[in-house]
Design a protein around this ligand. Sequence first.
Ligand code: GDP
Length: 357
Amino acid sequence: MKNPFEKMPTVLTADELIDKAFRRAEKAASALTPKGGPRAKAREREELRVRTVSNVVRDNLRKLLDRTPGVSELPEFYRELVDTLVDRDQFHRSLGRVNWAIKTIRELEKRHVEKIRYLRDPAEIAKVRRSFYGRVADVIKSIADDLEYLNQARNVLKDLPVVDLELPTVVIAGHPNVGKSTLLRALTNAKPEVASYPFTTKGINVGQFEEHHLKYQVIDTPGLLDRPLSERNEVERQAILALKHLGKVIVYIFDPSEYCGYPIEEQIHLFEEIHREFGEFPFIVVLNKVDIADEEKIKAIEEFVMAKGLEPLRISALNGEGLDELKRRVVELVKPMVEEQARKIMERELRKYREEE
Ligand code: GDP
C-alpha cells in the first residue's frame, strides 16, 4: 500500500491559476496566424483564447480531483488518521466546489464560444472574450478558500505513513529506551524503513520478517505507545488508536534493568494503560535486557505479568536470546487470525458466486 495521497498535486492559489490560464491563452493567441478577413481573424483568435483558458483551468482542477482519493473510500486506518489531520467535511466540500467550478467553466466556455461565432463586429467579439475572462476569474476566486484549504490538507496528507495494510502486523510498545528499535532490527532482517506518522517527531519504524512463507510486518512506534495515553490530547489519542486498524498483536517490552530510566512501577503503570486500551488484542509481554538485569527485578515483573494471565518471555534484543521463541509466539498467535480472515474472504466470494448463479 502506498500513501493514498501520494499523487495529490500541489494546489495553485486562485490568483496563480488565473494568471497561468491567461498567460497560456496569450501565448497561444500570439502563436496563431489566422487567415481571412478581420472578422474571421478576430473569431479565430478569441475562440482560441476562450478555449485555452477553459482547458488550462479545467485540466488543472480535474487533475487535482482525479489524484485525490475520497476519504470515505479509504481503509479505516487511513480514514482515522486523515480525520486527525483534516476536517473531512470541509475536505469533501472543497473537492465538491472544485468540481462545480469545472462544470461552470465548461458551460461558460460553450456559451461564449457560441456568441463569438455568431457576432460580426471584431470589437464585439473581443468584448465577449473579455467578459468570459471576467466570469472565469470570478468562478475561480469564489473557490479561492477551497483551493487554499486543499493545499494545506495536501501538505499534511502527503506525509501519512506508508504501511502495508495487507500484512499481519506486530506493534511494539513500551517506554523509551527499553529496546524497541533494537528489537525491531533484530527481528527483521532488512533495514527498517522510517515512515512519518502524525503527531510524532521521529516517525514510525517499519520492518518485515518471513516465516513459513508468510510475511509479517513489525512496527516500532516512538512517541506513540511509550507514554500514558491519559497524558495525550484528543487528536494524539486518535492517531494512536488508529494503530488498532493495523496491528494484530502487541509486543509489550519491559526493561527490568531499568537502564531505560523508568522505574519498574512506572513501566507497570504504562503497561496497564496500554493493556486496557488495546485489550481486544493478544499481548506478548517480553522482558528485555535479561543479559544485564537483576534476577530479582526480572522475577518481580514476571509475577505481575503472570497474575494478568499472560506468559512473560525473557529476551535480549542485543544478543538474540529468546528471539526465536518470540517469533514462534507471534506466528502462533497471528496465523489462525490470518487463516480465519482468508476463510471468511473465501466464504464471502463463494456466497457471491452462488448468488450469481
Ligand atoms: P527504544 O527507545 O525503546 O527503541 O530503545 P533502543 O532500542 O534505542 O535501546 C536503548 C538502549 O538499550 C540502546 O543503547 C540499546 O543498545 C540498549 N539495549 C537494547 N536492548 C538491549 C538488550 O537486550 N541488552 C542490553 N544490554 N542493552 C540493550
